[in-house]
Design a protein around this ligand. Structure first.
Ligand SMILES: *[C@@H]1O[C@H](CO)[C@@H](O)[C@H](O)[C@H]1NC(C)=O
Length: 400
């Protein structure tokens, strides 16, 4: 998007596009094709346009993206980009979608079929963190909504291309320490089991929102922050399985596997649909610092790039969507809620974990000096061209 002229740059640009299109040929019907994805939350009035976000994500080579609704401006901007998008059916729709199959059909037609396949919509997340939440009517509606949405995509011939899921918070679990003792919490379990039954029939994974950040903040006296941050630590030892954990995210994922096994779903895959660390917080959120957020996200990126499983499921490669692209200024709650972004609203990076921003910041380690570019007074679209070229250049550099 928004690229610009300059003949001698065309060759590099072409190389970059070629690289992208080679990557996109590896598509399968699976919703999560890589191991490193990102959540594109948009509860903000100061973030870049969807077109600029496409540029940002392509430059970062992040192909797997989740949004929390099915905003048509985003679906249009993602058209023809090869980015793999999971759209969200917000909680507010669940009762209606459950009660009336024809409403589910209309929603899928308007928000998925109308854009498919030019926009690679590879999943629909039906509701978010419903079970374990405080609205019991939603617990009742979730499975009906999931089934009606699945029926709609089946009727439309999209069931091979679009995966249906729902994400769970840690609130659905009991006894998550040590990981092998984890089970589903009693109230949630009644709703969870039929849901898992249906997901196992249609081949959908268990989607987990996992935040070592929150676990650490609830219990800083008893948790080594290095364990939460993937830093050097003695870790924990699970006596029942004889397994050792050197980081908390692996332990949280294995706790979910243990609960699934206990419920009779030993073969179901766990995917992390949200994880992240806030770079700023209130006075009672001392762990929310730029330094900790950088350490978590830098180490997480390295962890995911290894394409390795967990101690309990060594063959199930860990896949996670980072929360989130941007800091979101209109989110309610504590200050940390508004400060999970890898990028600031102006498109510059929040801290350096190897990505480049849409514009420079003091944290940016770009190969090209963006400040020099700014000093020359080039337009924003020129920055984007430079950004694209610098991404191509770093790819060529990596290949040597
Ligand atoms: C479902 O919605 C349609 C269209 O709004 C309506 O005609 C129909 O009566 C509804 N069905 C039920 C079971 O409520």
């Amino acid at each position: 998007m928004k690229n610009r002229r300059r003949r001698h740059h065309h060759q590099l640009l072409f190389t970059f596009l070629l690289f992208l299109s080679q990557e996109t040929e590896l598509l399968t019907a699976e919703a999560f094709t890589g191991t490193y994805g990102i959540n594109y939350g948009r509860i903000a009035d100061n973030i870049p346009s969807p077109d600029e976000v496409v540029t940002l994500l392509r430059a970062a080579k992040i192909r797997n993206v989740r949004i929390y609704d099915a905003d048509h401006s985003v679906l249009e901007a993602f058209s023809g980009t090869g980015l793999q998008l999971v759209v969200g059916l917000p909680n507010g729709y669940l009762k209606d979608m459950s009660a009336n199959a024809s409403h589910a059909m209309s929603w899928v037609k308007e928000n998925v079929q109308a854009f498919h396949p030019k926009t690679s919509i590879c999943g629909i997340a039906v509701g978010n963190e419903v079970l374990g939440g405080d609205d019991y009517e939603l617990w009742e509606a979730l499975l009906g909504a999931v089934k009606n949405v699945y029926k709609a995509i089946s009727k439309l011939g999209l069931a091979d291309a679009v995966q249906i899921t729902t994400s769970h918070s840690q609130a659905v679990f009991a006894n998550s320490y040590p990981p092998s003792s984890c089970i589903f919490e009693k109230n949630a379990a009644q709703y969870m089991k039929p849901l898992l039954e249906f997901f196992s029939q249609i081949g959908s994974p268990f989607c987990l929102n996992a935040y070592p950040f929150l676990a650490y903040m609830y219990n800083p006296e008893n948790i080594d922050i290095n364990y939460a941050l993937f830093e050097k630590t003695k870790g924990i030892y699970d006596m029942k399985t004889n397994l050792h954990y050197d980081n908390m995210l692996d332990a949280q994922i294995d706790a979910a596997y243990a609960a699934l096994e206990d419920a009779g779903f030993k073969k179901m895959e766990v995917i992390v649909t949200e994880t992240g660390w806030a770079s700023r917080g209130d006075d009672n959120e001392a762990a929310a610092t730029v330094s900790n957020a950088r350490t978590y996200n830098y180490n997480l990126r390295k962890r995911l790039a290894k394409k390795k499983g967990t101690p309990l499921r060594p063959k199930m490669v860990v896949k996670a969507y980072i929360f989130a692209v941007f800091n979101e200024n209109l989110k309610s709650g504590q200050t940390s809620e508004r400060n999970f972004g890898l990028f600031k609203p102006d498109g510059s990076i929040s801290y350096d974990i190897g990505f480049h921003g849409l514009k420079s910041s003091s944290a940016d380690s770009s190969l090209l000096s963006m400040k020099a570019v700014q000093a020359q007074g080039l337009s924003k679209s020129s920055y984007i061209l430079i950004l694209t070229i610098s991404a191509a250049a770093s790819f060529l550099f990596l290949k040597q």
